[in-house]
Design a protein around this ligand. Structure first.
Ligand SMILES: *Cc1c(COP(=O)(O)O)cnc(C)c1O
Length: 430
């Protein structure tokens, strides 16, 4: 039996001083039950908790750690960076280098600004899009997550496509009503939004949704969005905070060839440090202060330690030419094995792979949007999650998160996980 006494104590203590004991809600295990493991260190494919249990980690900090935990080169560069000071409040060459690196890789990004979180990146991109288009309303898609700014904590009401309702207490209804919510992969619902408002200035989308589980937008859908945006003078914001440098080096682009007017990045570009960015057409980006009249700022934006971690990560992933192909083949090996076992135990399953991103849903129906994703068997997922954790494998504590393959994974690790999945399915079904 696995010992988790330290985690149990730590969680109880944390709850005295931190709401729910966590600094981001999914970590509290509310949707699967059980006790979150308190982590003391991590290396490569593994995280180790305060009771010294090791887990093969499919969470990888929810995406940033494409090279795995504590990658030697990244850590070495950070050690050197730290000696030179933690923050200056003045520009550095490092920031220009990271900007150039991202611009050289990402389609449609001519200028970029660095921020501290994905939330900030999308919030700022939307402000900029509203200023550029001169229109206040935006469209987002049900099931997509873009961080927790007020305009984006909005869910659909009933019906095909609607004015948004707040999805969190404390968000002002008057703000939420400027966000229309459309159905993912459904152009008709976007067209319907356009009949509800003639004041739509931006459409924001995860081109590969990773926050309702993994649900990619179809090529036709994204190309249709691009056409609508061009015709209606709407700024298209591709939120690649998760898919950027994950689905491929160029993020989601090779899957659809659609270029956003603005794009947002985070997770991988910070290599595990708090760093994100928004960028796009120079004409739009130059509206930002100090050049233009759209205000946006940050005391720690472009922080030298975070930028060093991001740069080191982007350099490393490009050095290793075969990296994305290898990660994708491991992802496919995992998903194929998972499907075999699900069949063996008559467990309904849908799967999806995009580069190093892996999605699996316990449902027999094809998943195309939030409506179909939400039909998944979350009770079964909770059982699966608990069984796997007991056996030393860490999946995200929610059916609706993406799993990540990192460079520290190999075929042996995948195969050992598949064996544990077999045991777990057997225990669950017998
Ligand atoms: C994680 C994520 C965000 C939010 O980023 P934070 O750094 O958590 O604020 C925004 N958009 C997408 C697509 C994400 O996956």
């Amino acid at each position: 039996m696995q010992q988790i006494l330290h985690s149990i104590n730590d969680f109880n203590e944390a709850k005295q001083v931190i709401p729910g004991g966590v600094n981001s809600p999914v970590r509290a295990f509310n949707s699967v039950g059980g006790t979150p493991r308190f982590i003391k260190e991590a290396k490569g494919a593994y995280i180790i908790d305060e009771d010294n249990n090791a887990y093969i980690d499919f969470v990888q900090s929810y995406g940033p750690l494409i090279l795995g935990h504590s990658h030697e080169v990244v850590i070495e560069i950070l050690k050197n960076a730290i000696e030179k000071g933690l923050s200056y409040g003045a520009p550095t060459e490092l920031e220009t280098n990271l900007a150039k690196e991202i611009i050289s890789i990402c389609e449609g990004v001519e200028k970029i600004r660095l921020v501290n979180s994905g939330t900030e990146a999308t919030m700022s991109a939307i402000r900029l899009a509203r200023a550029f288009s001169g229109k206040d309303d935006i469209i987002k898609f049900e099931g997509c997550y873009h961080g927790h700014s007020d305009s984006l904590l909005v869910k659909s009401g009933s019906g095909l496509a609607t004015f948004g309702q707040t999805s969190s207490k404390g968000v002002i209804t008057d703000i939420a009503k400027h966000t229309l919510v459309a159905k993912y992969n459904d152009l008709d619902s976007v067209k319907h939004c356009l009949t509800l408002s003639n004041n739509i200035g931006a459409i924001i989308i995860e081109p590969i949704a990773g926050n309702m589980g993994l649900v990619p937008a179809t090529k036709d859908f994204l190309q249709g969005l691009r056409e609508i945006c061009d015709k209606e003078h709407i700024v298209l914001i591709l939120d690649e905070v998760m898919s950027g440098f994950r689905a491929s080096l160029k993020g989601s682009y090779p899957y659809h060839n659609v270029i956003g007017d603005l794009s947002t990045y985070g997770k991988v570009i910070g290599g595990g440090m708090p760093l994100a960015a928004f960028g796009g057409r120079a004409e739009i980006m130059d509206m930002l202060s100090p050049l233009g009249s759209v205000y946006q700022a940050g005391t720690l934006s472009g922080n030298p330690i975070a930028v060093s971690a991001g740069l080191a990560t982007l350099v490393e992933i490009q050095k290793d030419r075969g990296l994305y192909a290898r990660l994708e083949s491991l992802a496919k090996r995992f998903v194929d094995g998972l499907c075999d076992r699900a069949k063996r135990y008559h467990i309904p399953l849908q799967t999806c792979v995009r580069g190093s991103m892996v999605g699996f849903f316990f449902t027999q129906h094809e998943v195309l949007d939030w409506e179909s994703a939400s039909k998944s068997d979350t009770k079964l997922y909770a059982q699966f999650h608990a069984k796997m954790l007991e056996k030393g494998v860490n999946f995200a504590p929610s059916q609706f998160e993406t799993s990540f393959i990192c460079a520290a994974f190999d075929e042996n690790i995948i195969d050992s996980v598949l064996e544990k999945i077999d045991e777990s399915f057997k225990e669950i079904t017998h």
